[in-house]
Every structure is written in structure tokens, then in C-alpha cells.
Design a protein around this ligand. Structure first.
Ligand code: CP
Ligand code: NVA
Length: 307
């Protein structure tokens, strides 16, 4: 008998709208049980391996705490502590690790690394951030938007700053959920043309124009992990792409502000915006825990409907 290949979550577009609706329903249910101190442990005796080739606070804590809360255990593998740092091929690491654990989360550099791992893995693989995408972040962010404002369908999201991995993932989510993303970046930092879906994404040279009437304003660091050598040059180029109170005033008066964190106050976002009343950044961070528990449940146990 040939075992069916495992499902992976390597980019946002790997899942259908129906699967996201299911994950949101499970997130709501799992979060509510957790808040009531009710045990829910469908992953007893199951193991998550976490491979980190870049730094992390939220992803590390949310996956490890989430796996423990679901009854399983998490093993943390930093690149420097593994044979990856001494040149073991990623395909061999995938073959070995996936014979020993039930699910794998990887944070790495090129998207091709996680794709090669997944191609040789017997168990589901989750993208915990690559240079290209950060799908777990947008899963939590969309859930957070819905919690605060209801359906995001038909709404407008303004992305201000670097057209990075988080931006690219918002763009993947837009056609699936039926919202529009207005992207504003400095000249020279525009999106690769292939990522612009004309039906759900428009480019604005002026950040104020991108924010006009927006329902959600969001940004991220000017320099992502792996691009540190460009930091000083980027600080100069992005100076006018800071989300401040003036930009927020352009948005809808009920607009939310999101940032995946970590943030640099005074660079991509002013302190009075990230610490102000429209900001939901702490809810976004918390919802990483609940949304990823739903994701782990789905990938390891399959579809569990309301209990
Ligand atoms: N937003 C996010 O992924 O944070 P960490 O880098 O701390 O995991
Ligand atoms: N774009 C940022 C996100 C960090 C969570 C980075 O890749 O460093």
C-alpha cells in the first residue's frame, strides 16, 4: 500500500478558503477552551520538530507552548546545533527527522529550502517564515481582523513599507478572502511583478494614497532577517514610509493597525500608532498561539468538527 503524501503549509495559497474557514472555527473553539482552563489534548504522544535557521520569539514560543498545550512535545533544533551547520543535505535531514516526529515547522532563508525538505518528508511541514512568505502570521492576522471587525471580504488593506515576505503573504490571502491590498513602497523596493494580482492588489507611489479610507493599515520592519547588510541604505530609502498618526488619519476611522512584530518604533511605525487605540498587535501575537494550534490539529489529526 502506498501512503498518501502529507499535506504541507508552505505558503498561504496551499490551503483553500474552505480549509481556512475550518481553521478559524477551530481556532475560536480551541481559544475559548484554553481561556476557560479546559484541557484539550488531541496530540498526546505526538512530536513537533522545530528547525530555526533564523531568530524568533513569537514563532518559537507559540509553537512550543501550543504543542505542549495540545498534549504533545516540541523539539527545538537551532541550525548551529545540528549537522545542517556542517553541511548535511536538507533532503537527508528531512528523511531522518520525519521518521521520528509527526510534524515539522521550519524557519529558514530561501523558499526552495523548505520545499526540498517537504518533498522528502513523510510528515506535514509548516513554514515558520522564509524570505518569501510567512503564512502562519497571516493566518493569525486574518483571524484577528475577523475577531475585531467581522468578515474581511470586500475590505481594503494598506501595506506601507518593504514588499517583503509578510507583504507577499497578504497578497496571497487577498484573492482567497476577497479583499484588496494597496501596496506602497519606496522606488527601487517594489514588488516582483509576478506577485501583483491586478484584481486584488494595486500599487500606490504615495503612502497617504494607499491609506485613504483603508480598513486596515499594516507594515513591517524596513530590513528583514537575512538583509542586515542593507540596513543603513534602507533606513534612508524608507524614511517617508513610516506609519504615523497622519497616515492613520487618512484611513477609515475604525481602521485597525497591525504589525507582525518585532517592531522598531520611530522607524516603520511611530510609537503613538503601535501603542495607540487602533493597534491590535498584541492580539495578533497572541492569536499565533491559537491559530497554530488549530493548524497543528488539522495537519496531524485531520478535520475534527465541533465537539
Ligand atoms: N512575527 C514573528 O514571526 O515573530 P518572531 O520572529 O519573534 O517569531
Ligand atoms: N519580515 C520580517 C518578519 C519577522 C517576523 C523578517 O523576515 O525578518
Amino acid at each position: 500500500m502506498v501512503a498518501s503524501p502529507p499535506r504541507h503549509f508552505l505558503q498561504f495559497s496551499d490551503f483553500s478558503r474552505d480549509e481556512f474557514d475550518h481553521l478559524f472555527e477551530r481556532t475560536r473553539w480551541i481559544k475559548s477552551r484554553f481561556k476557560n482552563y479546559e484541557l484539550y489534548q488531541p496530540l498526546r504522544d505526538r512530536t513537533l520538530a522545530m528547525v530555526f535557521e533564523k531568530a524568533s520569539t513569537r514563532t518559537r514560543v507559540s509553537f512550543e507552548a501550543g504543542m505542549n498545550q495540545l498534549g504533545g512535545i516540541a523539539i527545538n533544533l537551532n541550525r548551529g546545533d545540528t549537522q545542517l551547520s556542517r553541511g548535511e543535505p536538507i533532503e537527508d535531514v528531512a528523511r531522518v527527522v520525519s521518521r521520528m516526529v509527526d510534524v515539522v515547522m521550519i524557519r529558514t532563508f530561501e523558499q526552495s529550502i523548505i520545499e526540498r525538505f517537504a518533498a522528502h518528508s513523510r510528515v506535514p511541514v509548516i513554514n515558520g517564515l522564509t524570505n518569501a512568505y510567512h503564512p502562519c502570521q497571516i493566518l493569525a492576522d486574518l483571524y484577528t481582523y475577523v475577531e475585531h471587525r467581522g468578515s474581511i471580504s470586500g475590505r481594503t488593506v494598506a501595506w506601507i513599507g518593504d514588499a517583503n515576505n509578510v507583504c507577499a503573504t497578504w497578497l496571497q490571502a487577498a484573492p482567497i478572502f476577497g479583499f484588496t491590498v494597496r501596496v506602497s513602497t519606496p522606488p527601487g523596493y517594489r514588488l516582483p511583478a509576478g506577485l501583483l494580482d491586478a484584481r486584488h492588489c494595486m500599487y500606490c507611489d504615495d503612502p497617504a494614497a494607499a491609506c485613504e479610507g483603508a480598513d486596515l493599515v499594516t507594515t513591517d520592519v524596513w530590513t528583514s532577517m537575512g538583509f542586515e547588510a542593507e540596513n543603513e541604505e534602507r533606513k534612508r530609502a524608507f524614511e517617508d514610509w513610516r506609519v504615523d498618526a497622519d497616515l492613520m488619519r487618512r484611513a477609515h476611522r475604525d481602521a485597525l493597525f497591525m504589525h507582525c512584530l518585532p517592531a522598531h518604533r520611530g522607524e516603520e511605525v511611530a510609537a503613538d500608532v503601535i501603542d495607540g487605540p487602533q493597534s491590535v498587535v498584541w492580539d495578533e501575537a497572541e492569536n499565533r498561539l491559537h491559530a497554530q494550534k488549530a493548524l497543528l490539529e488539522y495537519l496531524v489529526c485531520g478535520r475534527i468538527d465541533a465537539s
